[in-house]
Design a protein around this ligand. Structure first.
Ligand SMILES: [Zn+2]
Length: 286
């Protein structure tokens, strides 16, 4: 109760306060149902339910992933920001920033950062649902339109951001090999509390990090950030192919703590109304 009372008190403080602090002004105890004062009440909010039967089938070009297959120059530095585990995307070994083009995007969108949403020992924690299924976790790679200098600027523009979402499924593997994703997930035990950070040693490409999932089949729609201030400036690209990890790797997330010292679990926002939006579904021709 004490935490909730303090949260209410914070709502009285000016908006700038929210943007200058991390972790303490909102949490996932109600999966976003209590963010009304923080999030705009727009009609293009995320996440949503994605349904391959009702989505508009789409014959336009796919998304092209540039420099996603090249090794990145430095290891990942991960950080517990009180809401998630996040990292900045390094440049590749030849000094290029990975970017995407195509689909319904105009121009280049540079890969800027990556973070995770997850569940708990008892529940799954993806944000989007595909054909009524919630997945164990979801990876978001946040890209910014080349027109804007940084995320802070892009987040305020209608065409500012493109987020690639990859669903994560837990599989039973008796002899699980270490992968870039499993190494990253295992490393989160070194960032147990807000503002702690660590280096994940080893080199990989962005594509290897997401387990080499197929980029060809995806949903795309116009939506919002799924964290306050829920700005409606995101073109979502949600892959239908999942990446897999073991229970042992994902379970490391369930040990993390948020700003309040609560367990940082189920850090997903509840699904939002579609309203009048069109969801596009691109499926490879076979
Ligand atoms: Zn996210």
């Amino acid at each position: 109760m004490q935490a909730i009372a303090f949260h209410k008190l914070l709502l009285l403080l000016p908006l700038a306060f929210y943007q200058s602090t991390n972790g303490m002004e909102w949490n996932y105890l109600k999966n976003g149902k209590d963010w009304e004062d923080l999030c705009s009440s727009g009609k293009h909010q995320s996440p949503i339910l994605l349904d391959s039967r009702t989505a508009r089938k789409w014959v336009l070009p796919g998304i092209t992933f540039w420099h996603y297959y090249r090794l990145l120059k430095r290891p990942f530095y991960i950080r517990n920001n009180g809401h998630s585990i996040s990292l900045d995307i390094p440049v590749t070994s030849n000094g290029r920033k990975p970017f995407i083009t195509g689909g319904r995007l105009k121009g280049r969108y540079y890969a800027d950062g990556l973070h995770f949403h997850w569940g708990s020992y008892k529940s799954r924690g993806s944000e989007h649902l595909i054909n009524k299924r919630r997945f164990d976790a979801e990876i978001h790679i946040v890209h910014r339109n080349e027109k804007y200098r940084n995320i802070a600027q892009a987040v305020r523009q209608k065409d500012g951001l493109a987020v690639v979402a990859i669903m994560v499924a837990i599989v039973r593997k008796d002899n699980a090999k270490s992968t870039p994703l499993s190494r990253l997930m295992e490393a989160v035990v070194r960032v147990p509390i807000e503002d702690s950070n660590a280096t994940v040693f080893g080199q990989s490409s962005l594509d290897q990090l997401i387990g080499g999932v197929s980029h060809r089949d995806f949903f795309t729609y116009e939506g919002s950030l799924t964290t306050p201030l829920c700005d409606e400036t995101v073109t979502w690209i949600v892959f239908t192919e999942t990446t897999t990890v073991t229970m042992s790797s994902v379970s490391k997330f369930w040990l993390l703590r948020d700003h309040w010292g609560h367990r940082l679990i189920n850090n997903y926002r509840i699904v939002q109304d579609l309203n009048n939006r069109t969801v596009f579904y691109k499926k490879r021709m076979s």
